[in-house]
Write a protein that binds this ligand. Structure first.
Ligand code: SF4
Length: 192
């Protein structure tokens, strides 16, 4: 599917947009996935991810998808599996040292990244491949982590507001009763 891979890199901006939508959808599904159980959802999502990304990007299911940072050119297709730029053997015309009929994954990555909105992400250093994640769903892991971070930041925001009530009452009692006081604020107030 080499031609499809090249097509995806040529249309990296569209795929970047699609990836954003997919990520937002997966994050929105977090409560549902949590109820079903992420372990139960994982095999299903992994199959969908394997088939879709296999067709489009020749994905190897490393479990640490870097496509959004590599211009939609999968670095696992590099025969040396380099994750941070090309080796020193790139042939004239941008062809691979090991597979001369294939374009170097990293020359394609730079071309793909140049078309993307967040193309500068290609400059970020990627961690080495964690082989223990091989075969797992990158989509699910990333969206789960982002959903958890969102929950935490919302929770932190609520705590800040809750803690503001006792302070407001102490400064100016007339201001605090304008809104319902969260139970947490009452507890915080009684501890003082
Ligand atoms: S030329 Fe590019 S694709 Fe080929 S081995 Fe080197 S970095 Fe990997």
């Amino acid at each position: 599917m080499y031609r499809v891979r090249l097509f995806a890199i040529r249309h990296s901006r569209s795929f970047e947009w699609l990836y954003r939508r997919l990520e937002a959808f997966m994050i929105a599904c977090d409560p549902l996935f949590g109820r079903i159980g992420y372990d139960r959802v994982e095999p299903f999502v992994a199959v969908v991810e394997r088939v879709t990304k296999g067709l489009l990007f020749d994905c190897r299911m490393c479990g640490q998808c870097a496509l959004s940072s590599t211009g939609m050119s999968c670095p696992m297709n590099c025969p040396k599996q380099l994750r941070n730029g090309p080796c020193g053997g790139v042939r004239p015309g941008g062809y691979c040292e090991v597979i001369p009929e294939m374009r170097c994954v990293w020359t394609l990555a730079w071309q793909g990244a140049s078309r993307m909105r967040d193309g500068d992400r290609i400059r970020n250093v990627l961690p080495p491949v964690d082989r223990s994640l091989q075969g797992s769903s990158s989509w699910l892991r990333v969206s789960r982590e982002k959903a958890a971070a969102l929950r935490e930041s919302r929770e932190a925001g609520r705590t800040v507001i809750a803690q503001a009530f006792p302070k407001a009452r102490a400064n100016e009692p007339a201001t605090a009763p304008l809104a319902d006081e969260p139970a947490r604020a009452k507890t915080a107030g009684s501890r003082r």
